[in-house]
Design a protein around this ligand. Structure first.
Ligand SMILES: NC(=O)c1ccc[n+]([C@@H]2O[C@H](COP(=O)([O-])OP(=O)(O)OC[C@H]3O[C@@H](n4cnc5c(N)ncnc54)[C@H](O)[C@@H]3O)[C@@H](O)[C@H]2O)c1
Length: 248
Protein backbone atom coordinates (compact mmCIF):
# COMPACT_ATOMS: atom_id res chain seq x y z
CA UNK A 1 0.00 0.00 0.00
CA UNK A 2 1.90 2.99 -1.30
CA UNK A 3 -0.53 5.68 -0.05
CA UNK A 4 -1.56 4.13 3.25
CA UNK A 5 -3.13 6.74 5.52
CA UNK A 6 -2.97 9.54 2.92
CA UNK A 7 -5.93 11.78 2.17
CA UNK A 8 -6.42 13.01 -1.39
CA UNK A 9 -8.58 15.22 -3.58
CA UNK A 10 -8.84 14.18 -7.24
CA UNK A 11 -10.73 16.62 -9.48
CA UNK A 12 -12.52 15.46 -12.61
CA UNK A 13 -12.59 12.01 -11.02
CA UNK A 14 -15.99 11.10 -12.42
CA UNK A 15 -14.48 9.94 -15.73
CA UNK A 16 -11.35 9.09 -17.68
CA UNK A 17 -7.91 9.71 -16.19
CA UNK A 18 -9.31 11.11 -12.93
CA UNK A 19 -11.43 8.02 -12.36
CA UNK A 20 -8.37 5.84 -12.91
CA UNK A 21 -6.33 7.97 -10.49
CA UNK A 22 -9.06 7.83 -7.80
CA UNK A 23 -9.35 4.03 -8.13
CA UNK A 24 -5.58 3.55 -7.95
CA UNK A 25 -5.20 5.87 -4.95
CA UNK A 26 -7.99 4.03 -3.06
CA UNK A 27 -6.45 0.65 -3.91
CA UNK A 28 -3.15 1.91 -2.45
CA UNK A 29 -4.76 2.87 0.85
CA UNK A 30 -5.70 6.54 0.41
CA UNK A 31 -9.00 8.10 1.35
CA UNK A 32 -10.18 9.93 -1.77
CA UNK A 33 -12.51 12.88 -2.40
CA UNK A 34 -13.94 12.15 -5.83
CA UNK A 35 -14.60 15.67 -7.12
CA UNK A 36 -16.50 16.45 -10.31
CA UNK A 37 -18.96 18.94 -11.81
CA UNK A 38 -20.98 15.86 -12.77
CA UNK A 39 -22.34 14.83 -9.36
CA UNK A 40 -23.88 11.57 -10.58
CA UNK A 41 -20.55 10.48 -12.08
CA UNK A 42 -18.66 11.40 -8.89
CA UNK A 43 -21.14 9.43 -6.78
CA UNK A 44 -20.90 6.39 -9.05
CA UNK A 45 -17.10 6.33 -8.84
CA UNK A 46 -17.03 6.96 -5.07
CA UNK A 47 -19.66 4.23 -4.61
CA UNK A 48 -17.40 1.72 -6.36
CA UNK A 49 -14.45 2.73 -4.15
CA UNK A 50 -16.41 2.03 -0.96
CA UNK A 51 -15.93 3.59 2.46
CA UNK A 52 -12.54 5.05 1.53
CA UNK A 53 -14.16 7.66 -0.73
CA UNK A 54 -16.54 10.61 -0.68
CA UNK A 55 -18.19 12.26 -3.70
CA UNK A 56 -18.25 16.04 -3.96
CA UNK A 57 -19.87 18.17 -6.65
CA UNK A 58 -17.63 21.10 -7.59
CA UNK A 59 -17.08 23.38 -10.56
CA UNK A 60 -13.31 23.79 -10.28
CA UNK A 61 -13.46 27.19 -12.01
CA UNK A 62 -15.53 28.70 -9.15
CA UNK A 63 -13.78 29.94 -6.01
CA UNK A 64 -16.74 29.30 -3.70
CA UNK A 65 -17.08 25.70 -4.97
CA UNK A 66 -13.37 25.06 -4.52
CA UNK A 67 -13.36 26.44 -0.96
CA UNK A 68 -16.41 24.33 -0.06
CA UNK A 69 -14.78 21.23 -1.55
CA UNK A 70 -11.59 21.62 0.45
CA UNK A 71 -13.56 22.30 3.64
CA UNK A 72 -15.80 19.25 3.10
CA UNK A 73 -12.73 17.07 2.52
CA UNK A 74 -11.00 18.35 5.67
CA UNK A 75 -14.21 17.77 7.66
CA UNK A 76 -14.55 14.21 6.33
CA UNK A 77 -10.91 13.08 6.47
CA UNK A 78 -9.47 15.33 9.22
CA UNK A 79 -6.73 16.59 6.88
CA UNK A 80 -5.33 16.55 3.36
CA UNK A 81 -2.04 15.25 1.95
CA UNK A 82 -2.45 15.13 -1.86
CA UNK A 83 -4.26 17.29 -4.42
CA UNK A 84 -4.59 16.15 -8.05
CA UNK A 85 -5.78 18.94 -10.36
CA UNK A 86 -7.05 16.73 -13.19
CA UNK A 87 -10.36 18.25 -14.35
CA UNK A 88 -9.96 19.71 -17.82
CA UNK A 89 -11.77 20.48 -21.05
CA UNK A 90 -10.81 21.36 -24.62
CA UNK A 91 -12.20 23.18 -27.62
CA UNK A 92 -12.91 20.89 -30.57
CA UNK A 93 -9.89 20.47 -32.86
CA UNK A 94 -10.00 23.14 -35.57
CA UNK A 95 -8.54 26.40 -36.87
CA UNK A 96 -7.41 28.77 -34.11
CA UNK A 97 -9.52 31.67 -35.41
CA UNK A 98 -12.74 29.65 -35.17
CA UNK A 99 -12.64 29.02 -31.43
CA UNK A 100 -15.29 31.21 -29.78
CA UNK A 101 -14.34 33.69 -27.06
CA UNK A 102 -16.68 31.97 -24.56
CA UNK A 103 -15.01 28.60 -25.30
CA UNK A 104 -11.56 30.13 -24.80
CA UNK A 105 -12.55 31.76 -21.49
CA UNK A 106 -14.26 28.62 -20.15
CA UNK A 107 -11.30 26.41 -21.07
CA UNK A 108 -8.76 28.66 -19.36
CA UNK A 109 -11.03 28.91 -16.30
CA UNK A 110 -11.35 25.11 -15.99
CA UNK A 111 -7.79 24.16 -17.00
CA UNK A 112 -5.74 27.00 -15.46
CA UNK A 113 -7.73 29.21 -13.07
CA UNK A 114 -8.73 26.06 -11.14
CA UNK A 115 -5.09 25.51 -10.17
CA UNK A 116 -4.90 29.06 -8.78
CA UNK A 117 -8.16 28.60 -6.85
CA UNK A 118 -7.10 25.25 -5.38
CA UNK A 119 -3.66 26.64 -4.48
CA UNK A 120 -5.33 29.40 -2.46
CA UNK A 121 -7.47 26.87 -0.62
CA UNK A 122 -4.93 24.08 -0.11
CA UNK A 123 -1.49 25.67 0.31
CA UNK A 124 -2.32 27.11 3.77
CA UNK A 125 -3.37 23.59 4.87
CA UNK A 126 -0.17 22.03 3.51
CA UNK A 127 1.91 24.80 5.14
CA UNK A 128 0.36 23.96 8.49
CA UNK A 129 1.09 20.24 7.84
CA UNK A 130 4.69 20.99 6.87
CA UNK A 131 4.16 18.76 3.82
CA UNK A 132 1.89 18.15 0.84
CA UNK A 133 1.86 17.13 -2.80
CA UNK A 134 0.13 18.80 -5.73
CA UNK A 135 -0.03 16.96 -9.06
CA UNK A 136 -1.35 18.90 -12.06
CA UNK A 137 -2.47 17.03 -15.18
CA UNK A 138 -0.92 18.95 -18.07
CA UNK A 139 -0.40 17.45 -21.52
CA UNK A 140 2.07 16.70 -24.26
CA UNK A 141 0.03 19.45 -25.98
CA UNK A 142 1.90 21.90 -23.76
CA UNK A 143 5.32 20.40 -24.60
CA UNK A 144 5.09 19.62 -28.32
CA UNK A 145 2.07 21.55 -29.71
CA UNK A 146 0.45 20.38 -32.96
CA UNK A 147 -1.97 22.34 -35.21
CA UNK A 148 -5.70 22.49 -34.51
CA UNK A 149 -5.55 22.68 -30.72
CA UNK A 150 -3.72 25.99 -30.32
CA UNK A 151 -5.66 27.44 -27.39
CA UNK A 152 -5.89 24.08 -25.59
CA UNK A 153 -2.13 23.74 -26.12
CA UNK A 154 -1.69 27.19 -24.57
CA UNK A 155 -3.75 26.23 -21.51
CA UNK A 156 -1.69 23.07 -20.99
CA UNK A 157 1.56 24.99 -21.53
CA UNK A 158 0.40 27.15 -18.64
CA UNK A 159 -0.34 24.05 -16.51
CA UNK A 160 3.09 22.58 -17.20
CA UNK A 161 4.89 25.86 -16.46
CA UNK A 162 2.93 26.85 -13.37
CA UNK A 163 3.77 23.45 -11.89
CA UNK A 164 7.47 24.37 -12.01
CA UNK A 165 6.79 27.87 -10.70
CA UNK A 166 4.72 26.55 -7.80
CA UNK A 167 7.37 23.91 -7.09
CA UNK A 168 10.13 26.44 -6.66
CA UNK A 169 8.02 28.85 -4.60
CA UNK A 170 6.63 26.14 -2.30
CA UNK A 171 9.81 24.09 -1.84
CA UNK A 172 10.78 25.93 1.37
CA UNK A 173 7.44 24.73 2.82
CA UNK A 174 8.27 21.12 1.83
CA UNK A 175 5.32 21.13 -0.55
CA UNK A 176 6.07 19.23 -3.79
CA UNK A 177 4.41 20.16 -7.10
CA UNK A 178 4.70 18.05 -10.26
CA UNK A 179 2.84 17.73 -13.55
CA UNK A 180 2.02 14.87 -15.87
CA UNK A 181 2.04 15.36 -19.62
CA UNK A 182 -0.11 12.54 -21.04
CA UNK A 183 -0.34 11.83 -24.75
CA UNK A 184 -3.82 11.40 -26.25
CA UNK A 185 -5.72 8.82 -24.24
CA UNK A 186 -8.72 6.55 -24.49
CA UNK A 187 -11.22 8.72 -22.60
CA UNK A 188 -14.48 10.50 -23.51
CA UNK A 189 -12.39 13.63 -24.31
CA UNK A 190 -10.53 11.92 -27.18
CA UNK A 191 -12.98 12.75 -30.04
CA UNK A 192 -12.71 16.45 -29.05
CA UNK A 193 -8.93 16.29 -29.54
CA UNK A 194 -9.22 14.32 -32.78
CA UNK A 195 -11.98 16.55 -34.23
CA UNK A 196 -14.16 13.47 -34.73
CA UNK A 197 -14.21 9.76 -34.00
CA UNK A 198 -13.15 7.14 -36.52
CA UNK A 199 -10.69 4.27 -36.77
CA UNK A 200 -8.68 6.32 -39.32
CA UNK A 201 -8.25 9.21 -36.85
CA UNK A 202 -7.25 6.80 -34.06
CA UNK A 203 -4.75 5.05 -36.34
CA UNK A 204 -3.20 8.40 -37.30
CA UNK A 205 -2.79 9.30 -33.59
CA UNK A 206 -1.35 5.88 -32.77
CA UNK A 207 1.14 6.20 -35.64
CA UNK A 208 2.60 9.33 -34.01
CA UNK A 209 3.46 7.44 -30.80
CA UNK A 210 6.72 5.42 -30.93
CA UNK A 211 5.34 2.74 -28.56
CA UNK A 212 2.38 2.40 -30.92
CA UNK A 213 -0.68 3.06 -28.80
CA UNK A 214 -2.63 5.77 -27.03
CA UNK A 215 -2.41 6.31 -23.29
CA UNK A 216 -4.87 4.74 -20.85
CA UNK A 217 -6.24 5.85 -17.47
CA UNK A 218 -4.07 3.09 -15.97
CA UNK A 219 -0.87 4.62 -17.45
CA UNK A 220 -1.75 8.02 -16.06
CA UNK A 221 -2.85 6.62 -12.69
CA UNK A 222 0.38 4.65 -12.25
CA UNK A 223 2.56 7.69 -12.99
CA UNK A 224 0.45 9.90 -10.70
CA UNK A 225 0.69 7.28 -7.95
CA UNK A 226 4.48 7.37 -8.12
CA UNK A 227 4.74 11.17 -8.10
CA UNK A 228 2.23 11.46 -5.25
CA UNK A 229 3.89 8.77 -3.12
CA UNK A 230 6.76 9.17 -0.67
CA UNK A 231 8.95 7.24 -3.16
CA UNK A 232 9.10 10.55 -5.10
CA UNK A 233 10.03 12.63 -2.04
CA UNK A 234 13.00 14.26 -3.84
CA UNK A 235 11.08 15.09 -7.03
CA UNK A 236 9.49 18.49 -7.52
CA UNK A 237 8.85 20.64 -10.59
CA UNK A 238 8.94 17.54 -12.79
CA UNK A 239 6.74 17.53 -15.91
CA UNK A 240 6.60 13.80 -16.56
CA UNK A 241 5.76 12.87 -20.15
CA UNK A 242 3.54 9.77 -20.13
CA UNK A 243 3.49 9.48 -23.88
CA UNK A 244 5.09 6.31 -25.26
CA UNK A 245 7.93 8.44 -26.62
CA UNK A 246 5.71 10.93 -28.51
CA UNK A 247 7.66 14.03 -27.41
CA UNK A 248 11.09 12.73 -28.47
N1 LIG B 1 -7.67 12.18 -22.89
C1 LIG B 1 -6.59 12.73 -23.43
O1 LIG B 1 -6.26 12.47 -24.59
C2 LIG B 1 -5.75 13.68 -22.62
C3 LIG B 1 -4.42 13.89 -23.01
C4 LIG B 1 -3.63 14.76 -22.26
C5 LIG B 1 -4.18 15.40 -21.16
N2 LIG B 1 -5.48 15.19 -20.81
C6 LIG B 1 -6.00 15.89 -19.64
O2 LIG B 1 -6.39 14.93 -18.69
C7 LIG B 1 -7.41 15.48 -17.86
C8 LIG B 1 -8.56 14.50 -17.77
O3 LIG B 1 -9.11 14.33 -19.07
P1 LIG B 1 -9.92 13.05 -19.52
O4 LIG B 1 -9.44 12.72 -20.87
O5 LIG B 1 -9.92 12.05 -18.46
O6 LIG B 1 -11.37 13.72 -19.73
P2 LIG B 1 -12.83 13.23 -19.32
O7 LIG B 1 -13.75 14.13 -20.07
O8 LIG B 1 -12.97 11.75 -19.44
O9 LIG B 1 -12.90 13.58 -17.76
C9 LIG B 1 -12.85 14.90 -17.30
C10 LIG B 1 -13.74 15.01 -16.08
O10 LIG B 1 -13.65 16.37 -15.62
C11 LIG B 1 -14.95 16.81 -15.28
N3 LIG B 1 -15.02 18.26 -15.39
C12 LIG B 1 -15.09 19.00 -16.51
N4 LIG B 1 -15.21 20.29 -16.19
C13 LIG B 1 -15.20 20.37 -14.84
C14 LIG B 1 -15.29 21.43 -13.92
N5 LIG B 1 -15.44 22.70 -14.33
N6 LIG B 1 -15.24 21.15 -12.61
C15 LIG B 1 -15.12 19.87 -12.18
N7 LIG B 1 -15.04 18.82 -13.00
C16 LIG B 1 -15.07 19.07 -14.32
C17 LIG B 1 -15.88 16.11 -16.25
O11 LIG B 1 -17.21 16.06 -15.76
C18 LIG B 1 -15.23 14.73 -16.38
O12 LIG B 1 -15.75 13.83 -15.43
C19 LIG B 1 -7.77 16.83 -18.47
O13 LIG B 1 -7.11 17.85 -17.76
C20 LIG B 1 -7.24 16.72 -19.89
O14 LIG B 1 -6.95 17.98 -20.44
C21 LIG B 1 -6.27 14.34 -21.52
Amino acid sequence: MRLKGKRAIVTGAGSGFGEGIAETFAREGARVAVVDINEAAAKAVAGRLGGQAIALRCDVSKGSDVEATVKATLDAFGGLDILVNNAGISHVRGPMTEVKEEEFDRMFAVNVKSIYLFAKAVVPVFRRNGSGVIINIGSTAGVRPRPGLTWYNASKGAVNLVSKSMAVELAPDKIRVCALAPVAGETPLLPTFMGGDSEELRAAFRASVPLGRLSTPRDIANATLFLASDEAEFLTGVVLEVDGGRCI
